[in-house]
Design a protein around this ligand. Structure first.
Ligand SMILES: Nc1nc2c(ncn2[C@@H]2O[C@H](COP(=O)(O)OP(=O)(O)OP(=O)(O)O)[C@@H](O)[C@H]2O)c(=O)[nH]1
Ligand SMILES: [Mg+2]
Length: 555
């Protein structure tokens, strides 16, 4: 008599889970996938229908059971430090009208063009910051210099930085040349006083601010009377810049870019310095330097679904089964060494969507993303294996799927081990956060005493530090309070059914509250925790996952 059919999310289980079925057909595939490890090959194939299996290991690979060299590696970075620089202004021009019969015409030098602006835009479809991580400096174009015949210089080219939705932009340090010039200007104003004012508002020659007529010799330069420097000017677009220090949470797709650094103003041409006493001024001002800001970009949300599992559990195969990803799959631990983010298309606009769901803004969801991270091992929270970096990625997924290999021993124990690591990490992060809050706490400082030395970032440094200290990692929702479910994989292998039933029974008790949550955290999420049996290698059982993820994303 066949064993009783267990009920699952979709009602009944597909036939691949039945021992009689896989012994005759699927064991051949299992053997092939294990051929790359000699011990397992012997173990497995001794027990099942090995004689009928005549499969050469690397010739019959499929998309879901690829050979180890059939993969594409997508570069990935979830954090980067970047310096953005607004374009500097072009210089003003010193020129005079020259025409037939007008030998010494009036000044006609044009103003310099303003520098290009730097914009940022969060767009759907981007999943990584690796392109920006490669470029440490992003600079907008400089304005062109003014020309004769009162021709103004051309504006510098703007730069648009595109980042994935869910990026947090934090400022580390900034160098604002206009702020420095403004300060200098007001100091001069107050010190010089009226005595200087009466002297025709005379200024002095400064090489960094003035440009003189080409060919002016030093002796002539000493005799030249320079007017007072004009007050520093900011582009009117600077009013649209976010307030300093910048902290942007770009958690939505942006239709239009946002300005983060406005280009500097161009210098003034010589007609600006004409006076009744000097109709042919031989000086113009230089263009201003652009604003420089060091920014730390970090992905707050890595993906909608994060796959958590022991090494070799089948996470990358599951990612391949759900998306078009070509993540590397191999029958050994730590095949995956950096996160792979795949996109599951729900609606390709070619008929009825796979799942119809709307996000919090009411927009129809066309896809969702999955992050396949390297496997966790015992004591991963102590940075063992590939350690803390990957626990940090798990922290940034909205929903978690614990991938458990049904053929690798007690599934409940495996789940408990994973949760233990995750919750230890959560405790560690909590402690780090408390220390950080204490450090930033404002202490009462009675008037008259000098304030304690501050280690806050300096927001107006004369020169930017080329390799600034990174800011602490962002904090997000505690992992245990995220919605989660279990993907019980390799259900096509023999003797996995009892293991699955025990797992389902355990999760039922956790949901009802008769069993403590595997993380042992108080506010842990445990509303109807589901277990989905699948065979990722055959793409069976995975169809229910998109709907389940959509339901949990709406939680
Ligand atoms: N029989 C069977 N084998 C599977 C299934 N899913 C994955 N495998 C095999 O299990 C092995 C490991 O699969 P991976 O997807 O690389 O596992 P992983 O969890 O990504 O491993 P790491 O990247 O090392 O953490 C491969 O040989 C797969 O072919 C399944 O559903 N059934
Ligand atoms: Mg993998």
């Amino acid at each position: 008599m066949p064993p009783a059919r267990p009920t699952f999310l979709s009602g009944t289980l597909t036939p691949f889970l039945y021992p009689a079925f896989f012994e005759s057909r699927l064991a051949s595939v299992a053997c092939r996938s294990r051929l790359r490890k000699p011990f397992q090959w012997q173990l497995r194939c001794n027990s099942t229908a090995t004689e009928s299996v005549n499969v050469r290991p690397d010739t019959q690979s499929s998309r879901l059971d690829p050979t180890a060299d059939d993969y594409s590696l997508t570069p990935f970075a979830d954090r980067c430090i970047l310096t953005v620089e607004a374009g500097g202004g072009g210089h003003g021009c010193v020129s005079f009208l020259r025409e037939k019969y007008i030998e010494e015409g009036p000044a006609n030098g044009g103003d310099g063009g303003s520098g290009g602006n730097v914009y940022i835009q969060a767009v759907r479809g981007e999943t990584s910051l690796h392109k920006l991580a490669r470029r440490r400096l992003i600079k907008a174009g400089r304005g062109r210099n003014g020309q004769g015949k009162v021709k103004g210089g051309e504006r510098g080219t703007d730069i648009l930085i595109t980042v994935p939705v869910g990026t947090i932009v934090r400022e580390i340090q900034r160098h604002d040349p206009i702020a420095i010039m403004e300060e200098e200007h007001w100091k001069m104003e107050s010190y010089e006083g009226e005595a200087e004012e009466s002297e025709e508002g005379k200024g002095t020659y400064r090489k960094d601010r003035w440009l003189v007529y080409p060919g002016t010799v030093p002796a002539e330069l000493n005799r030249m009377k320079f007017p007072k420097l004009p007050p520093p000017r900011r582009s009117h677009l600077a009013a649209l810049e976010p307030q300093a220090p910048m902290w942007l949470d770009l958690d939505q797709h942006m239709e239009t870019p946002m300005l983060i650094a406005a280009g500097a103003m161009g210098g003034l041409g010589n007609p600006h310095f004409m006076t009744p006493f000097n109709s042919r001024p031989k000086m113009a001002t230089r263009g201003d330097e652009g604003l420089k800001i060091s920014l730390q970009l970090e992905l707050k949300i890595l993906a909608d679904l994060g796959l958590v599992g022991l090494p070799n559990a089948g996470k990358s195969t599951l990612l391949r089964a759900l998306s078009n990803s070509r993540a590397r799959v191999g029958n050994w631990a730590f095949t995956t060494l950096q996160p792979n983010v795949g996109t599951v298309v729900l609606d390709n606009h070619k008929g009825r969507p796979l799942v119809s769901s709307r996000n919090r803004n009411g927009e129809i969801r066309e896809n969702f993303t999955i992050a396949d991270v390297p496997g966790l091992i015992e004591d991963a929270h102590l940075d063992k294996g590939l350690g803390l970096g990957f626990l940090r990625h798990i922290e940034r997924a909205a929903v978690l799927a614990f991938v458990i290999d049904l053929s690798a021993g007690d599934a409940v124990e495996a789940l408990k081990l994973l949760w233990r690591e995750v919750s230890e990490y959560e405790t560690l992060r909590g402690k780090e956060l408390n220390a950080e809050t204490e450090r930033r706490m404002v202490t009462y400082n009675p008037a008259g005493r000098s304030p304690p030395p501050s280690d806050e970032p300096d927001f107006d440094t004369p020169h930017l530090d080329p390799s600034p200290t990174p800011l602490p990692f962002l904090t997000s929702t505690p992992i245990s309070s995220k919605p989660w479910f279990v993907v019980a994989t390799k259900a096509d292998l023999p003797d996995t059914q009892a293991n699955f039933e025990a797992l389902q029974d355990y999760l039922g008790r956790v949901s009802k509250g008769t069993q403590s949550h595997p993380s042992s955290k108080k506010n842990a999420w445990k509303r109807n925790v589901q277990a989905v049996p699948i065979s990722a290698i055959h793409g069976e059982g995975v169809q229910v996952i998109p709907q389940l993820v959509m339901d949990l994303l709406d939680e």
